[in-house]
Ligand binder design. Structure first.
Ligand SMILES: C[S@@+](CC[C@H](N)C(=O)[O-])C[C@H]1O[C@@H](n2cnc3c(N)ncnc32)[C@H](O)[C@@H]1O
Length: 307
């Protein structure tokens, strides 16, 4: 049976105009019950509604609260440091190859935690422009507000992952791949095989047998919002296996694709997130050199049991 996330069901937009559409609470609850998820249905039934239609302002506030809690998990998992570990070698190799300007675009950025952290530390260098996109305007508004408040050099726009505007030297994402069905992933990756794009780096939950239990413990301990706790576990249950991700990423056929795995045996709870990496062939040697010993973690065949 399909695993559904509540956050994917409580906001709907017209695909043509982007206008927000009414979401009927009873319909969402029925969909979740049909998928065998009584608990999720009850969470949705507690979201305020007017004449049976979910209150958009209440939904937005709820999603911002959930993403604020998600930011704390990202902090604990050191996600900004993990991105920097691979981004710095990629950008070093791109500079070496004379690529300019350098722009990093975070797809499905939510509140922009990763980009805001990279901007705050300045770890990627002054010459790198940082841009976040998400299809949810409420999250983009909050990301922009936070970046202004924190006086950070990064920008946020509303955009869909499958219709990305502008250009990027490197595309990244964090916790987004599992929101897309396996058969949509090839077009997600293909869309990033653009002239000028040198690499992509997409972290998501590693689809290990322990992932749902780990996600349950982690979200139970650290998150208060029932929606966030629910979706955190659902995301681990619906995470794509390594083979699915590598095969989909290969549809960006101008890129060489890898997983980036911990070099040593890692505590499975700490190895909860791992990335799919795409590199222009001309960049691979430079990135390996810049990664040093950690280049051994750049693999084309997953070490763990394949799913
Ligand atoms: C689990 S959240 C991760 C948010 C953020 N990357 C983080 O690490 O906190 C998934 C995000 O993907 C966004 N998203 C889902 N589908 C999308 C799409 N088709 N285009 C753009 N953003 C999308 C959601 O709005 C949400 O912010």
């Amino acid at each position: 049976m399909a695993v559904l996330e509540i956050s994917d069901l409580v906001v709907a937009r017209d695909p043509g105009t982007g206008a927000r559409l009414d979401v009927h609470r009873a319909e969402v609850a029925a969909r979740l019950r049909d998928a065998g998820d009584e608990r999720a249905a009850r969470i949705v039934e507690r979201i305020p509604a007017v004449n049976g239609v979910l209150d958009p302002a209440a939904v937005d506030r709820l999603l911002v609260r959930v993403h604020t809690e998600l930011q704390r998990l990202n902090e604990e998992l050191h996600m900004a440091r993990r991105f920097a570990e691979v981004l710095r070698p990629i950008l070093a190799a791109a500079r070496q190859a004379g690529v300019t300007p350098l722009r990093v675009v975070d797809i499905g950025c939510g509140l922009g935690f990763v980009l805001r952290s990279l901007a705050a530390s300045g770890v990627l260098g002054e010459d790198v422009e940082l841009v976040g996109v998400d299809f949810n305007p409420a999250l983009i508004a909050e990301a922009s507000r936070l970046a202004r408040h924190e006086r950070l050099r990064c920008r946020f726009f509303v955009a869909d992952a499958f219709a990305l505007p502008g250009h990027a030297t490197v595309y990244l994402s964090n916790g987004v791949l599992h929101h897309f069905a396996a058969d949509a992933l090839p077009s997600f990756f293909r869309a990033q095989d653009r002239p000028g794009t040198q690499a992509f780096l997409h972290y998501d939950v590693a689809a290990t047998p322990l992932a749902p239990l780990g996600a349950w413990v982690f979200h139970r301990a650290r998150m208060r919002e029932p929606l966030g706790r629910h979706d955190g576990v659902a995301s681990a249950r619906r995470a794509h296996g390594d083979r699915v991700l590598l095969d989909a990423a290969a549809h960006a056929d101008g890129m060489d694709v890898f997983l980036f795995e911990p070099v040593r045996h890692a505590n499975p709870f700490c190895a909860a997130m791992r990335p799919v990496v795409g590199l222009r062939p001309a960049l691979v040697d430079g990135v390996r050199r810049a990664l040093g010993r950690r280049a051994r973690g750049l693999v084309t065949v997953p070490a763990r049991a394949q799913r």
